[in-house]
Design a protein around this ligand. Structure first.
Ligand code: HEM
Length: 434
């Protein structure tokens, strides 16, 4: 659908939902997408009642006036959380240990290990130390997966878009049960942390910042719960799916992997020490590899916006109040990226030339507030993993599906070999695959 939109000149329209009242203007022309995203911050929520039940007034789902007020206040809190390398080193080490049993045993599904690492990082960044961490990771993972499944199931059952039909369905009862579990998990942790917060002199975690906003009177207890749901949901599967795509791509391109490994040795002087914040700025090639994989596989592949004013785009004009879908997958592979737009070429990020807008983390003012945290934590995980193991994968076998996120469904398994300084005989350099 996204490619077709580009073929039709970068903009098209369609109807979606149980009746024709949902008209969408789909846009894949990068300049037009950027124009819409820069001038509009209101989103179109197809399943508004479900989103409200799960996330209420979280940053990602709240109305524009509330968003304007809270986005500015929340940016410093994400900046602080993006510097907590200790958290990522710890979970990266746990991941490396978990994967140890898989070395030399052929292809396996790495998803569960990545899920543990991603949820571990999110819970630690949000709450700090948690008493029964393993149990918390497990229950939050189950709950986030159920949230994703309920939203996706409703999304694809058009008749259940209608609130009165949805209310009568089994899916609604599943949603209610999931919301209850999510609230119980969050309330239990917040209640414990409120007591600790009163004794603290400075904010250390995302929750501390949110509790600080409550004390300043700019946020409510409900906002805090909603925001935590939004942060954990917003960060969890995006991290897991992105890491999967990155590992599969690196595992399919041995010469890229060797270059990343050389960079790791150069920056960390061949040691096994922890990665520090200052080190991360020196991982220039790894940064390019991550951006390039996520250009080709943007896990959030569609953004929605509602226009406030009429807008003149490159070929058409649209009215105020129009529902727009910004097609990120098509935009990231648009011909403005050059003849090799479909190829995996990390070098394109290194030559300093100007590039078309990159939309993997969103566009305009309402783009991803967790981007720095996501990029830095993924780098630390990859550094730990790639300095101990060689990853083998075959991206030609990768099958992806557009669920709520762009999701790998098969062909994403990897195999691991223990690192030695030279390439092993079973690991022959091949052409760059994509
Ligand atoms: C590779 C990982 C990630 C990707 C690709 C990604 C992508 C995105 C995108 C495209 C948006 C914009 C959505 C829109 O305009 O409708 C967004 C928003 C958001 N993301 Fe991320 N994200 C990632 C990781 C994270 C993490 C780790 C967190 C939290 C710790 C997070 C929290 C959020 C929040 C709260 C918003 C809403 C921002 C707002 O409305 O102002 N994301 N993300």
């Amino acid at each position: 659908m996204q490619e077709d939109c580009t073929k039709q000149g970068g903009m098209t329209y369609f109807y979606s939902g149980a009746n024709q009242s949902y008209t969408y203007y789909a846009i894949s022309n990068p300049n037009d997408c950027e124009k819409v995203a820069n001038s509009c911050t209101e989103k179109v929520f197809l399943l508004e009642d479900s989103l409200q039940a799960f996330f209420g007034q979280a940053l990602a789902t709240t109305t524009v006036p509330d968003w304007e007020k809270r986005r500015t206040l929340m940016e410093p809190m994400f900046d602080a959380a993006s510097a907590r390398t200790g958290v990522w080193n710890r979970h990266a080490k746990i991941l490396v240990e978990e994967l140890e049993s898989k070395v030399g045993k052929g292809f396996f599904d790495q998803t569960e290990c990545l899920q543990n690492a991603a949820m571990g990082i999110l819970l630690k960044s949000t709450y700090g130390d948690i008493e029964d961490e393993l149990q918390s990771i497990a229950s939050h993972k189950t709950c986030m997966q159920e949230t994703m499944d309920v939203l996706y199931e409703r999304h694809r059952s058009f008749m259940k878009h209608k609130t009165f039909i949805f209310r009568l369905s089994r899916l609604k009862r599943r949603q209610d049960a999931c919301v209850r579990t999510m609230k119980a998990l969050t309330n239990e942790l917040i209640t414990m942390k409120r007591v600790e917060f009163k004794k603290k002199s400075a904010s250390e975690t995302l929750l501390d910042f949110l509790l600080g906003l409550e004390i300043q009177g700019v946020s409510s207890e409900k906002n805090t719960v909603d925001d935590i749901h939004g942060i954990i949901f917003g960060g969890y599967s995006t991290l897991v799916n992105s890491l999967t795509f990155i590992l599969v791509m690196i595992g399919s391109n041995p010469e890229v992997q060797e270059r990343v490994y050389t960079e790791i040795q150069n920056v960390l002087s061949d040691s096994t020490r922890e990665v520090k914040m200052d080190d991360l700025n020196n991982f220039i090639y790894l940064h390019a590899v991550i951006l390039e994989v996520l250009r080709l596989y943007p896990v959030v592949s569609i953004l929605t916006r509602k226009t406030k004013n009429s807008m003149d785009l490159s070929k058409y004009s649209i009215d105020p109040g129009s529902n727009c879908l910004l097609f990120i997958h098509a935009m990231n592979r648009h011909h403005s990226w050059g003849a090799e737009r479909e190829a995996f070429k990390p070098e394109r990020w290194l030559d300093g030339s100007s590039r078309p807008p990159y939309a993997t983390f969103g566009l305009g003012r309402r783009s991803c507030i967790g981007m720095k945290l996501a990029l830095s934590s993924m780098k630390v995980i990859l550094i730990h993993l790639l300095r101990d193991y060689k990853v083998i994968a075959d991206i030609k076998k990768l099958v992806i599906k557009q669920e709520l996120l762009l999701t790998p469904v098969s062909g994403h398994y990897i195999a691991l070999e223990r690192r030695s300084k030279t390439l092993s005989s079973s690991f022959q350099p091949q052409d760059v695959h994509c």
